[in-house]
Design a protein around this ligand. Structure first.
Ligand code: G4P
Length: 494
């Protein structure tokens, strides 16, 4: 890694969406355009193509869902990009929320045929609460979409955020040919490539260029021009400060699958989004420019890859510089630990990280004491409190049907609890207390059982607990019967 490369400005963000809106596809296409992979699909690997899937990714494959979050880092166009993928399924919103504490911006993918869906709305709310600037990608414009103007209205009406269309679609569904960049005042007309594996060839023209006639239907061209005139007539100017304040979302139209508009989104996002932001430690804000190192653990994952059966704590660097072999204070225990085994991940591959700075995400291996929410810092008075606690919605008893196997069972359960896959609490009073698992959604229990078996060789038996049986546990976690268990509420930070 060259010295110059280490001083690239950072962009640390997540892509959020309702399942199936195209988050995975867009991630792949960012990697393709970012030069991080030669062919789309080779790293995140589509659900049905995973060559070296880890055991629990096997579960994702079976269920056709995305459970685990991946952190990808690449350099592009003068930036070092940390892209945090998040699970879209609502049962994993806890994991997603934690990931969002580590980002400085988000790209919200919307299926332009469907508009704003429930999970998008929830995730949007979390970003807004955290003051994270949001960029919007209206995906799947190669299929019939809602009226683009209506989509902008929906952002304003449903999410309550102002929308500024940075680019505008020309053609809809099968007629979709490209987008007009309203800031650069150029029309980008794309061609499809087979399977969208390679970058889409593009022709960039002025709106009055006679060459347009050969590429666009007269009616498509007319409609695009009329709509643009209408937008210009509305008189709104692009205002980066409003974007960074979370009042306006820049909107990009395109098709991730066909690579239409992907590069414009990536370039626009990197240019206009936020630098790494500060994080709160008690009464003070720790600034990225603070020279002393600090960071917090926002995610723990074990057994990500059968080739590496170990545990990784993902750390967002908040300030200072990370250097391999450095010794820092683990603030929660007061112990000094040496960060010798730092890795960055790229799909299934790993690479040792030598250094990092504010905004970067690094994976630390082999420190079992690290827990979600923990702070690592030079200065032991720093303690971040970024990670929200969640109100569980579903509860279950988990038991071990094979007493002879209790060591493996216990080990597995302990590890999965440390990862925050589910929470554990106790019901009953006095001596008779039974542990009970609590989660935001039932799929989390399924992951626990699946992972116990595949990673620890431990069978388990699960019995869902009824809400009304949970008196003591419920009081123990500060809920009461007035609260509808269906309302996911973000609790106060630990
Ligand atoms: P997710 O991570 O948000 O859940 O969505 P994902 O990228 O997996 O995309 C969901 C489906 O939408 C996929 O189809 C994907 O190919 C499709 N898709 C993504 N972007 C576009 C687009 O721009 N246009 C169209 N028409 N489709 C798009 P699938 O059938 O579930 O998977 P696959 O067989 O295509 O891989």
């Amino acid at each position: 890694m060259s010295a110059a490369a280490t001083h690239l400005p950072r962009r640390t963000f997540a892509i959020i969406s309702h399942p199936d809106a195209g988050k995975t596809t867009l991630t792949e296409k960012f990697l393709l355009y970012g030069g991080a992979v030669a062919l789309a699909g080779s790293v995140t690997a589509r659900k049905d193509q995973r060559a070296t899937a880890s055991d629990w990714m096997e579960l994702e494959k079976q269920r056709g869902i995305s459970i685990s979050s991946t952190v990808l880092q690449f350099d592009y166009n003068g930036y070092r990009v940390n892209l945090l993928d998040t699970p879209g399924h609502k049962d994993f919103s806890e994991d997603t929320y934690r990931v969002l504490t580590a980002v400085d911006a988000a790209v919200m993918v919307i299926d332009a045929g469907k508009g704003i869906e429930p999970q998008t709305r929830k995730l949007f709310e979390v970003c807004r609460r955290r003051g994270v600037p949001i960029f919007t990608f209206m995906n799947k414009c190669d299929r019939p979409t809602k009226d683009p103007i209506a989509l902008l209205d929906e952002l304003e009406q449903v999410l309550g955020i102002g929308a500024f269309p940075v680019n505008w679609p020309f053609g809809n569904g099968p007629e979709f040919r490209g987008v007009y960049d309203r800031l650069e005042k150029r029309l980008h007309l794309f061609e499809r490539t087979k399977g969208g594996m390679r970058e889409a060839p593009v022709q960039v023209l002025g709106l009055d260029d006679p060459a347009i006639v050969s590429r666009l239907d007269e009616s498509v061209y007319r409609q695009g021009r009329d709509e643009l005139e209408m937008l210009e007539g509305a008189g709104a100017e692009f205002d980066r400060a409003s974007v960074l304040a979370g009042q306006i979302t820049p909107v990009y139209f395109g098709s991730a699958a066909n690579n239409f508009g992907v590069q414009l989104l990536l370039d626009g996002f990197l240019e206009h989004s936020a630098d790494p932001g500060p994080r709160r430690s008690g009464e003070r804000m720790v600034q990225p420019s603070d020279p002393s190192f600090s960071g917090f653990v926002f995610k723990i994952q074990a057994n990500m890859d059968p080739k590496h059966r170990d545990r990784i704590a993902f750390i967002r660097v908040v300030s200072g510089r990370f250097e391999r072999e450095m010794t820092v204070v683990h603030v929660q225990s007061g112990k000094r630990i040496r960060l010798s085994s730092a890795q960055k991940l790229f799909g299934q591959q790993r690479e040792t990280v030598e250094e990092g700075e504010a905004g970067d995400v690094i994976g630390i291996i082999g420190h079992d004491m690290l827990q979600i929410g923990d702070t690592l810092a030079d200065d032991r008075s720093v303690q971040f409190n970024e990670i929200p606690q969640f109100t569980p919605e579903v509860f279950a008893y988990l038991t071990n049907p094979q007493p002879g196997n209790s060591k493996k069972y216990r080990l597995g359960v302990d590890q999965l609890l440390k990862e925050g896959v589910v929470q554990q609490m106790e019901v009953g009073a006095g001596q008779v207390r039974t542990p009970i698992l609590a989660a935001v959604g039932p799929l989390q229990f399924e992951v626990v059982q699946y992972r116990l078996k595949s990673e620890y060789g431990a069978e388990s038996r699960l019995e869902m607990a009824r809400w009304r049986d949970l008196g003591a546990a419920v009081r123990g976690i500060g809920l009461d019967r007035r609260l509808n268990p269906r309302d996911v509420t973000l609790g106060s930070p630990r």
